[in-house]
Write a new protein. Structure first.
Length: 93
């Protein structure tokens, strides 16, 4: 379970050494992330899929105090041209 998401871009320099960029923030406030995976998109901008819960929408069941929440499958795209992360959309799980 994570509250913050950071994206690092990995490249190779002219001597074939691995270089790591400064982190790009991809987190959203009031959100808990359960899982995050990369999506195969070939040579397009990288896309990541995350299972998240918006903590502002969490409710308690009256009488039983059971916690009710809805998980969402959220897609993030790393725009390599602009060097930032964009939330592309979400679907209820």
């Amino acid at each position: 379970v994570e509250k913050q998401k950071l994206v690092y871009i990995l490249n190779r320099d002219s001597a074939a050494r691995l270089t790591i960029s400064s982190p790009l923030e991809a987190h959203k406030s009031n959100t808990i992330t359960f899982a995050l995976v990369g999506v195969d998109v070939g040579f397009d901008n990288p896309i990541f899929a995350a299972i998240e819960v918006d903590t502002e929408e969490v409710e308690n069941e009256p009488g039983t105090n059971e916690v009710l929440y809805e998980k969402s499958l959220v897609y993030y795209e790393l725009d390599l041209g602009l060097n930032h992360v964009v939330r592309k959309g979400s679907d209820a799980v």
